[in-house]
Design a protein around this ligand. Structure first.
Ligand code: ATP
Length: 346
């Protein structure tokens, strides 16, 4: 393939069709919904000892849209909902971009219970899971014992904020804990008593407030990238022993084609070419080539190619090099090597 940087890449896109802008509006709406749900979870919402509605999301709101349900997808999703129904916490494990989050959100929505979302990372400790005191409310109490003598007492009332795990345990929600293996395992000690004794300990709370009985409808669904899961943090055996594991891989070609077509308004032949190229590169390259890469590549081709017969190997190589380049450190020869490998593979 020639050096495409010298090749002036004409933007040969078709007229932007109105339904694409409809898709874009829907996607923006969905992103905003998801952001609201995860913002609520991240801040732990909670006003006083109550439950901040922004932490809890309705099943309708959390359901992924679009969500393609081929037999293969429905079979995995029903395995997840089945284990949740049986009262078992589920650990969904699979490679980056294979569809874990979409499956987890679909299973959580299917349950019909409120949903709480939490993203795992290094910063997630016990407090981020359970809750914290967030500042105090100061007010003055004034007593007038005798005329002319008054006593003022300043009272500070600690304000407790319930975080995602407390909210989900209290409300009987489905807690979807995404990339949970990125969090420090010590943060997960509180999960042991939740799963075993049905009691949540809230360090920092005192007296009878210290523990909450777990609502019978509470369920826990966690996801991990299989590679990261092995590498980032070793989760305690005692915890993993309480989960059932559902291992997923990339969907079959027909499902991936339907998924790309559900996200991108592109000709059928273009979707086919993109998914075939994605699956070839997935086997050939060291970097991860997930379903998201196929969606992004298809979106690019709706701009760079007027129609399917303009999608040649050179353009495919250009597009996939751009889509996959962010996964490389970025030294020049790395990108050239990537482009060459892609060209040879296609
Ligand atoms: N069944 C499906 N229907 C529609 N879109 C899907 C489906 N499964 C996956 N997708 C889409 O494919 C892309 C990757 O899916 P998802 O984000 O769920 O993967 P993931 O395994 O959670 O990725 P990561 O490991 O990066 O978190 C997303 O754009 C998602 O919307």
């Amino acid at each position: 393939m020639g050096d495409s940087s010298s090749r002036d890449r004409k933007v040969r896109g078709r007229k932007i069709r109105s339904d694409r802008s409809k898709k874009k509006r829907r996607k923006a709406k969905k992103q905003a919904k998801k952001q609201r749900a995860s913002n609520g979870a991240a801040t732990g919402g909670g006003s006083g000892n109550g439950t901040d509605p922004s932490t809890l999301t309705s099943p309708e709101e959390i359901a992924p849209d679009p969500f393609v349900e081929t037999d293969a997808v429905t079979a995995v999703r029903d395995r997840i909902t089945g284990w949740l129904e049986a009262g078992q916490p589920v650990h969904l494990i699979g490679p980056t971009g294979c569809g874990k989050t979409a499956l987890a959100l679909s299973a959580a929505a299917e349950r019909g219970r409120p949903v709480v979302w939490l993203n795992g990372d290094e910063a997630v400790g016990t407090a981020e899971l359970v809750g914290t005191h967030s500042g105090g409310e100061r007010y003055e109490e004034r007593d007038q014992f005798v005329s002319g003598v008054s006593k003022t007492t300043e009272v500070v009332r600690e304000r407790w904020v319930d975080n995602p795990l407390s909210v989900a345990v209290k409300e009987g929600a489905t807690l979807v804990y995404n990339e949970f293996s990125r969090s420090d395992p010590a943060a997960h000690n509180v999960l042991l008593s939740v799963l075993e004794e049905g009691v949540l300990e809230r360090p920092g709370k005192h007296g009878e407030d210290r523990t909450i009985d777990v609502h019978p409808e509470f369920r826990l669904l966690v996801t991990s990238n299989d590679v990261e899961y092995a590498g980032v943090h070793e989760q305690q055996d005692a915890l993993l022993d309480r989960f059932v594991g559902v291992h997923v891989d990339y969907h079959d070609a027909e499902t991936e084609r339907e998924i790309v077509a559900a996200h991108v308004d592109a000709p059928e032949e273009t979707v086919e070419r993109v998914v075939d190229a994605t699956r070839t590169l997935r086997d050939e390259l060291d970097v991860v080539v997930g379903t998201r890469a196929a969606i992004t590549a298809a979106e690019g081709l709706t701009v760079f190619a007027a129609d399917a017969d303009e999608v040649d190997d050179e353009l495919l190589a250009d597009v996939f090099t751009d889509v996959l380049a962010p996964k490389l450190a970025g030294e020049d020869d790395e990108i050239d090597d990537l482009r060459e490998t892609i060209t040879d593979a296609l």
